[in-house]
Design a protein around this ligand. Structure first.
Ligand SMILES: *[C@@H]1O[C@H](CO)[C@@H](O)[C@H](O)[C@H]1NC(C)=O
Length: 225
């Protein structure tokens, strides 16, 4: 969501045009505010204000909004994994949780892939609407997701002890899902600015032992670890 000031100033421009033509009622106000939510900064508002606004209402979510959404969705799942005990850290209990985690990650991949070709203002749109997202900020979001997933799995793998091999079959699809997510973020951000991979790699060195233990070669390869 953009900052209120940005929404207000753009809405004000829209109303400057509207008021001369017709009285403004409240439904028009809320409609216009909803419409401008998708507006990105630096897009010139020239002629046909209403038309421009309706186009930009379709502006896709940026990387930040998508990754925050992912993090929100996976946190309860990773917590269930994280807080397993010796008693319930079993393949039976872990399988549905890991599968839901996997599908949650896979589901977001097409939206990230679709960002390639969008302008930098869309891809790096800030949810606060104040400034464009930096590469370091994207890297932190990505590292947070990797840490949630593999931090939890690292913890549970110590409980499984000799039985880690039993969960490897359910971890392979999860590793693939994380790989797809990573590739999609790297492609989207990499289409407008460089340096994300190095920034992410720098933040997740501590996950290497877990990734090795869990045999997640694909993730290691993508991260160049
Ligand atoms: C495992 O057991 C702990 C302690 O009873 C409980 O807090 C946790 O919710 C359980 N986790 C699952 C996934 O059943």
């Amino acid at each position: 969501m953009r900052s209120f000031t940005a929404i207000f100033s753009i809405a004000a421009v829209a109303f400057a045009g509207l008021t001369s033509a017709a009285p403004v009622d409240t439904s028009a106000v809320s409609g216009a505010v909803n419409t401008v939510k998708g507006v990105v900064s630096n897009v010139p508002v020239v002629g046909g204000v209403a038309k421009d606004l309706s186009i930009r209402a379709d502006a896709p979510r940026g990387v930040q909004e998508i990754l925050i959404d992912v993090q929100t969705k996976i946190t309860p799942l990773t917590q269930q994994i994280q807080f397993c005990t010796v008693e319930n850290a079993t393949v039976e209990i872990l399988t549905p949780i890991v599968q839901t985690l996997t599908s949650t990650l896979e589901e977001i991949v097409p939206e990230l892939q679709a960002l390639v070709g969008q302008p930098i203002e869309v891809i790096l749109a800030s949810v606060t609407g104040t400034a464009q997202l930096t590469v370091a900020e994207v890297a932190t979001l990505v590292a947070n997701i990797l840490t949630l997933v593999f931090g939890a799995l690292g913890t549970v793998s110590t409980l499984l002890k000799g039985e880690v091999s039993a969960i490897l079959p359910i971890l392979a699809p999860l590793g693939a899902a994380v790989g797809h997510l990573l590739q999609a973020v790297l492609a989207a951000v990499g289409s407008v600015v460089g340096g994300l991979l190095a920034a992410v790699t720098g933040l997740v060195q501590n996950l290497v032992p877990t990734l090795l233990t869990l045999n997640l070669q694909e993730v290691l390869q993508i991260l160049g670890l």
